[in-house]
Design a protein around this ligand. Structure first.
Ligand SMILES: [Zn+2]
Length: 240
């Protein structure tokens, strides 16, 4: 795949630093876009879900606290997630910016991020919201199949296996994951709307870019890059 070239104006306007926040409902293709955008801009895609799992796995002091909370069925609080995020984005690979996936999850986290970026005199985060019609998401997720052996994900509509119903890698019979059944998908979408609505509202204004996520992945990516370039050309200064 050929990525559009990073324009010089984009680098100049952001002072070489970009903070992108990627939002989208389950099944919108967010993971794919996070990888494409991160490779285009040369910045890491930071997923707070992955970070949390890594901290727990490595039994860091933060991970031990988080694991104890999760074992009792509790939600890891904002202060813990915020601390974990700050540690991650202060790594040297974030010297030119970072893309956040799964953060901020609450309005309080969004406020924390605003303050944190301002305190480091970094540009405020730009929000990319992938919008996909509910029926499209339900169709996509209902068409998902997974290999129980190697874990590979297929989609009977867009990425079917070569041979109907079995894995290309190992020939195992593909299964439908429990959380891809329609009633569960509907429930997850409802939870997403309830959780994310207030956060998106926090970013309402010129920082928020809504992208039609119902298109093929290549087109979605083109729209995202166009929105970022458009915004960078209109940004008065990197630390505004
Ligand atoms: Zn397999």
């Amino acid at each position: 795949m050929t990525h559009p070239r990073l324009s010089f104006s984009l680098k100049d306007r952001f002072g070489g630093f970009v903070v992108l926040l990627l939002f989208g409902p389950p099944g919108c293709g967010k993971g794919t876009q996070a990888r494409m955008v991160s490779s285009w801009l040369g910045i890491p895609a930071v997923s707070t879900g992955d970070l949390l799992r890594a901290e727990v796995g490595a039994r860091t002091p933060l991970g031990v606290v988080a694991a104890a909370i999760m074992e009792t069925g509790g939600l890891v609080g904002d202060s813990l997630v915020n601390a974990m995020l700050v540690r991650r984005v202060e790594h040297s690979d974030c010297a030119r910016g970072f893309l956040l996936d799964g953060f901020p999850r609450t309005v309080a986290q969004a406020g924390f991020l605003d303050d944190y970026l301002a305190s480091r005199q970094l540009p405020p985060g730009r929000v990319i919201h992938l919008e996909v019609e509910r029926h499209t998401l339900i169709d996509r997720m209902s068409a998902r199949r997974q290999c129980p052996v190697c874990g590979r994900i297929y989609n009977t509509l867009h990425q079917p296996p070569r041979s109907n119903g079995v894995c290309d890698n190992d020939g195992a019979v593909l299964i439908r994951r429990k959380d891809d059944h329609e009633s569960i998908v509907r429930q997850r979408l409802k939870e997403y709307d309830e959780l994310t609505g207030p956060v998106l509202h926090h970013y309402c204004g010129p920082r928020l870019h809504s992208i039609d996520g119902g298109q093929p992945a290549e087109r979605v990516f083109e729209d995202i890059t166009a929105a970022i370039q458009w915004a960078s050309e209109r940004e008065p200064s990197s630390a505004a």
